[in-house]
Design a protein around this ligand. Structure first.
Ligand SMILES: [Zn+2]
Length: 203
């Protein structure tokens, strides 16, 4: 057998397009699927389809929402403070911050960070809708809660420069989160402290 059968090669190629999956892992996953019982594979297919069919992104903050509701649970909650906006990289960061119970405002999910190396610029992120949200009024503070990584810091700096002329308070999570770490893996008390100790970004 000089070449793998096409369906198997296609599956390997599909796995390889996933983030963090190299050729070796892709092949291992594909053979795992080949050896799995039909029932397990069908469950996986059903889950994949359900995620695409039943979920979407909130029209306002771009957090995950049920496809049937244009606004997510947080944006539609009348008890949330609408003057404070917390900007995060990914929906999982919203979950991490919600678990701290230390923030009662609204969120804005960028869906990534600026990364010149990977060719990701401002237009590839939800930055334009963020600016529109802030410009439309009512927001007095934007908390930049991107990860404490090089890209996260650069993104916060860029957003600070964009937001500064609008005359609102722009803060950054306090240091204390390990550098290079992900918000979603930070423990609740560390994250809670970083939030309450947030500091005004200087010009
Ligand atoms: Zn929302």
């Amino acid at each position: 057998m000089a070449r793998l059968p096409e369906p198997l090669q296609d599956l390997i190629d599909a796995f390889e397009r996933l983030p963090g999956i190299g050729p070796k892992t892709a092949a291992r996953l594909a053979f795992f699927i080949l050896n799995s019982p039909d029932r397990a594979v069908n469950e996986l297919v059903t889950s994949l389809q359900a995620v695409k069919r039943d979920l979407g992104f909130c029209q306002s903050c771009f957090n995950i929402t049920l496809a049937a509701s244009p606004l997510c649970e947080i944006c539609s909650d009348a008890r949330r403070n609408r003057t404070s906006l917390c900007v995060v990289e990914e929906p999982l960061d919203v979950l991490a911050l919600e678990r701290t119970n230390a923030f009662n405002g609204l969120y804005h999910v960028l869906h990534g960070v600026l990364s010149p190396i990977e060719g990701i610029g401002p237009d590839d992120l939800k930055i334009r809708p963020l600016m529109e949200r802030v410009r439309s009024g009512g927001i007095t503070e934007v908390i930049l809660a991107t990860n404490p990584s090089m890209e996260g810091d650069a993104t916060a700096l860029f957003l600070h420069q964009q937001l500064m002329p609008l005359g609102i308070r722009v803060t950054r999570l306090a240091r204390g989160l390990p550098v290079g770490s992900d918000l979603e893996y930070a423990d609740q008390s560390t994250l809670s402290r970083a939030l309450s100790g947030r500091q005004e970004m200087s010009g």
